[in-house]
Ligand binder design. Sequence first.
Ligand SMILES: [Zn+2]
Length: 271
Amino acid sequence: MKNQKRILFIGAHPDDADILCGGTAIKLTKAGHIVKFVSATNGDTGHMILSRAETAKIRNKEMAASAKAGGLEYEILPHNCGLEASVDNRREMVRLIRKFKPDVVISHRTCDYHPDHRATAQLVQDTAYVGMVPHFCEDTPIPDVAPVYAFTYDKFVDPRPFRADAAVEIDSVLEEKLKMMSCHKSQFFEWLPWADGDKDIMSRKLTKADKHELLLRFVERFKGAADSAREWLKKIYGVRKGAKVVYAEVFEQSPYSRVVSREEFQKLFEP
Ligand SMILES: [Zn+2]
């Protein structure tokens, strides 16, 4: 395929990618581009009943099922939750990125609420420069072109709010995104509702409609993404369509690697 793009999302947990850029990934893979989702940890602490070992095992299966549904590659790095932004882990991240040769690397911002998200964000950010330094990880060849680095949407305002440099409408693939998310059963139908206060969640038999509502409720949390990029959405999709977009996935360009124009940045996420 001509102009085939390679997109690498590195999140902290097995479900992060689906939530933050699942819709964009679906659109890109359908058009023949290569998307890989990486979870920097095995997600082993996120359950109230299962043991850590059981949770990690289930999370692996769930991420595999979701990747299959979305037609994408995936990898879970061999770390328990409680990830540290160590130099060894930075080397692992550099090797991963160099081997995949992405056009764009996407991760969390370093001001995220979750320590694993912050450590992952720090590790990814730390590869932006040393990833192209010849004597860092001499065992893994450096790609010809440095990837562009991007952050996914969040609502944190300290030290400053997220800036939407690129936006992708995902209304057209919402049900497919929910289908991918639904593979993460132990998260969206167990752990996350429980952590949100629904302590009886495990004792109820959830119907298909219940599950759909739980997934949608979670997606609603990121509804602000479209508004954060409203003017840009109108520019990309036209004023009428851009004004009507309900759900979007948005991306901010990192200044720490190769920097491209806003138009070029947008094109990285478009099929
Ligand atoms: Zn997470």
